[in-house]
Write a protein that binds this ligand. Structure first.
Ligand code: ISE
Length: 341
């Protein structure tokens, strides 16, 4: 990619909800980038999205073809989780920067393979879509912690609820697809690495499959004596919510209330709750794309990287082992390469 080129041509892989959201941001709300092509196995859906991004946009059913195309400078991957690692590796082989939705991979060895390939490449080219790091409400909490407002942070308390589990959800995929956000957020907020996990799960009766542990409680031990406790519930029914409080040795901080006003009437007080992540995190998705494009122009990526993708997946893996064994599971990451220090 020519870092000085005025407009970065981005190939969007996957034209579902996240692909459409990122394509819209790239085409309509930021300068310095445009959507150069769209790929989806569902050609009709890809064509529909492409038509909203410009005239005569390239449409492919094959991700590799889009990645290799000379008119594409960088890629955004939003396809199903199990396709991520292969597509990211193809971007690295073609020396193209890539923004990949979380998780970076579904197997730890594939995530580490990406780290290895990027180290070999010699500079950062991969960003992972941990969008909470760009959410204004999360940033307020992070900035207050970094400014020392609550002293040393010692405990992260998180809640993560989806309305309904998607079809095909398993106990493990809840960790890979949903809890991975909370594992990354705990590391980020506390500034410590996860060392030990202990997970309990239950079937609430609203899961399509009665084997699926659709409500999971994750306990973490992190460095410097920090702790975390996270509830992940994918069949909460009433709405989509991400909540968090961080306890420090001089105070606590709670994320600001939802994006809706508090209404008091007829002996009740309350606010609307969003239906999904696209409704809850519009500012975060817009800012992460904006920063990514700015970083590409500046030639230096600053967002969540392949190392964050690898370490969070390592924790996911340990959580899955804990669910199976009913025991605590501890683990250690491989040595952090210089590129990520
Ligand atoms: C979904 O895939 C997301 O990425 C959302 O951010 C997350 O909150 C949700 O649980 C996932 O299923």
């Amino acid at each position: 990619m020519d870092a000085n080129s005025e407009t970065i041509s981005v190939g969007v892989i996957g034209s579902g909800g996240m692909g459409a959201r990122h394509a819209d941001t790239l085409s309509n709300t930021i300068s310095g980038a445009r959507v150069g092509g769209v790929m989806d196995l569902d050609r009709q859906r890809a064509e529909k999205l492409a038509a909203t991004c410009g005239e005569d946009l390239m449409v492919f059913e094959d991700g590799q073809a889009l990645i290799q195309h000379d008119d594409i400078d960088a890629l955004v991957i939003t396809t199903p989780d199990e396709t991520h690692a292969g597509l990211v590796m193809a971007c690295l082989r073609n020396e193209k920067p890539v923004f990949c939705e979380k998780p970076l991979a579904t197997a730890v060895k594939d995530a580490y393979g990406i780290v290895d390939a990027e180290v070999e490449f010699g500079r950062k080219a991969v960003q992972v879509g941990f969008m909470r790091r760009y959410d204004p409400q999360h940033l307020d909490v992070k900035n207050a912690i970094d400014a020392g407002e609550i002293g040393q942070p010692v405990l992260y308390k998180g809640t993560h609820r989806n309305v309904r589990a998607r079809e095909g959800t398993s106990s493990e995929s809840i960790l890979v697809n949903s809890a991975v956000h909370d594992l990354d957020a705990a590391r980020w907020m506390l500034g410590q690495e996860i060392e030990e996990v202990y997970v309990h799960g239950t079937n609430t009766g609203s899961a399509a499959d009665e084997e699926v542990l659709d409500l999971q409680v994750i306990q973490l031990k992190l460095g410097a004596g920090c702790l975390a406790n996270v509830e992940v519930y994918v069949n909460a029914g009433y709405g989509y919510e991400v909540d968090l409080e961080v306890v420090g040795d001089r105070g606590t901080i709670h994320i600001a209330p939802a994006n809706a006003p508090e209404v008091r009437t007829e002996r009740s007080a309350g606010h609307a709750v969003e239906g999904d992540w696209l409704e809850r995190f519009p500012s975060a998705y817009a800012l992460e794309m904006r920063r990514w494009i700015e970083n590409l122009h500046a030639g230096k990526l600053t967002g969540p990287d392949a190392w964050d993708g690898y370490v969070s997946l390592l924790a996911v893996d340990a959580c899955a082992a804990s669910l199976r064994s009913g025991e605590k599971e501890s683990f250690e990451a491989l040595e952090r390469p210089k590129l990520y220090r």
